[in-house]
Design a binder for this molecule. Structure first.
Ligand SMILES: [Fe+2]
Length: 521
């Protein structure tokens, strides 16, 4: 494709190819407007979203708090920006929190690019990003990191500093990017400003707090991200249109959810189309689920198990939110129509499975997939907020994997702040049934778990489809794929309370293509 075509596609003005505009005074800044960093994401084989958001201190100091600011973006082959392939100008408006989303199309597949933003006299740092290979490309390798749950006050983002050196193709973030809590329990390692957040302004400033972290900024600038959300981007344990449990209930939960969803859009490298209805005031919903192929090697599905789910079943005393419940005492748990993904997403996913042609199918979703019995008394005790709370929906998903003969399904999750590794079963009520896939549920970047090593040992015994679990470590996982093998390496930081923490390999696993079996490597 010719450079001039790319410019057309990008809707760019050739006069702005990195050159200062003539005759117009450039906005001078006394504070860096790019204090929230930059990011790229939502990669496909020919498109990317470039993101930044101007920081409030710079806008306030310049008297631009309520005014639009023109921000130029550039995408280039080289770090010096001497070979710019696409550029454009976005008006960063107060209505969208002065965020900038440049959706760049017409790019070459499987290619690295550099990008930056310019506002008046200020340049952002330079980011590096990468498109995915063409859908029919014969790809030999894919390397991704998966991460979730980065409670600000529980620690520092040292894990991301170690992730930087992992030579990744992309980062997959599985939810709880921010938390709505005023402070962290049990110890506040660094202060969370802003109290409980329930309004658009509140969510914006909570994202700004997180985005101020240098390690988070660096990992965003180094790799494209694919993102989904969990509950804390809105409120602990919320379920679809039902309020969860944390803080004082708000008068209008759907208004709170809309504000939180808008703030998510404003702070993530995601497409406008996915949030268009919400942003145009025409609806409450955003589309966060999707799929993208990585050559013929893998298809990646990102799911949304929060927005479209039914209420948790049998939480005691009719209170909202989650609980550990005895499934034998909860009739409604097994109602066949209960859904975690919502009917539309379920239908879409089985259609996707039916047409999947990749060696590997990676399903990035929020939480632990397999059954986890917590009972210490020989009975059953399950958590009703995850897949265990929606057994019919889980069964429909595993049935769909089997009926479509989905090739090498790998489920990736987060939410529980613990590493769990195991086999996906065709029927979690039958311990002798066949394994049909493999699951890696990741620990948190910083958020804590209170499960003791003794409890972990006992739960592994009770739930033998899992081969490994660890609640003590914070960190991330790296999945490396070839056409014949998958390896997953779990990296843990020594101490997430230390901003300079070292890291170590906690465990390593391998899966051979064609066999739904995971082993220590
Ligand atoms: Fe979390």
């Amino acid at each position: 494709m010719q450079r001039r075509d790319l410019l057309k596609i990008a809707g760019a003005s050739a006069a702005l190819l990195g050159l200062p505009s003539v005759g117009l005074a450039k906005q001078a800044w006394s504070v860096d407007p790019f204090s929230l960093g930059i990011a790229s994401g939502s990669p496909t084989s020919n498109s990317l979203v470039l993101w930044t958001r101007l920081g409030t201190p710079a806008l306030d100091a310049a008297g631009l708090t309520t005014k639009p600011v023109a921000v130029t973006w550039q995408l280039a082959h080289d770090q010096q920006f001497s070979r710019v392939v696409a550029t454009g100008v976005v008006q960063a408006t107060a209505a969208l929190g002065h965020s900038v989303h440049a959706e760049v199309a017409g790019l070459e597949p499987g290619r690295a690019y550099f990008y930056r933003f310019i506002a008046g006299t200020a340049n952002s740092t330079t980011g590096r990003t990468r498109t995915f290979p063409a859908p029919d490309a014969d790809v030999k390798r894919l390397r991704l990191a998966y991460a979730s749950c980065q409670q600000w006050g529980n620690g520092y983002y040292s894990a991301y500093r170690h992730m930087l050196a992992e030579n990744l193709d992309f980062v997959l973030f599985l939810g709880d990017y921010v938390y709505e809590y005023p402070a962290s329990r049990p110890v506040e390692v660094r202060p969370t400003t802003g109290g409980w957040i329930t309004t658009l302004e509140g969510y914006r400033s909570r994202y700004a707090l997180h985005k101020s972290d240098p390690d988070l900024q660096a990992i965003h600038a180094a790799y494209p991200w694919l993102v989904t959300w969990d509950d804390h981007e809105v409120q602990n344990d919320y379920a679809g249109t039902h309020e969860g449990l944390s803080g004082t209930p708000v008068e209008n939960f759907m208004a709170r959810r809309r504000a939180a969803y808008q703030a998510f859009y404003e702070n993530m490298p995601v497409t406008r189309a996915s949030f268009a209805k919400l942003l145009n005031g025409q609806g409450d919903e955003a589309k966060v689920f999707g799929s993208v192929s990585y050559g013929r090697l893998a298809t990646l599905y990102t799911l949304d198990d929060r927005q479209h789910r039914d209420l948790q079943a049998c939480t005691p005393n009719n209170r909202p939110g989650s609980a550990r419940i005895d499934p034998s005492k909860c009739d409604s748990l097994n109602q066949p129509q209960r859904t975690l993904l919502g009917n539309a997403q379920e239908r879409w996913l089985s259609q996707q499975f039916a047409s999947a042609r990749s060696h590997w199918n990676l399903i990035g979703q929020q939480t632990l997939f397999g059954r986890r019995n917590f009972s210490t008394t020989g009975g059953q005790l399950i958590r009703n907020d995850g897949w265990d709370g929606y057994p019919a929906a889980r069964r429909r998903l595993t049935d769909s994997m089997m009926q479509t003969r989905l090739s090498n399904p790998i489920v990736l999750g987060g939410d529980i702040h613990e590493n769990w590794v195991g086999h996906v079963l065709s029927d979690y009520n039958n311990a002798d049934c066949e394994a049909i896939g493999v699951e890696f549920c990741g620990t948190s970047i910083t958020s804590l778990s209170s499960t003791t090593p003794a409890q972990i040992a006992q739960q592994l015994e009770l739930n033998p489809h899992f081969i490994f679990a660890n609640a003590a470590s914070r960190g991330y996982g790296v999945v490396e794929l070839s056409p014949t093998q998958l390896t997953t390496t779990l990296t843990a930081v020594n101490d997430a309370r230390d901003p300079k923490s070292g890291a170590f390999v906690l465990a390593k696993f391998a899966v051979e293509a064609g066999r739904a079996a995971v082993n220590s490597a």
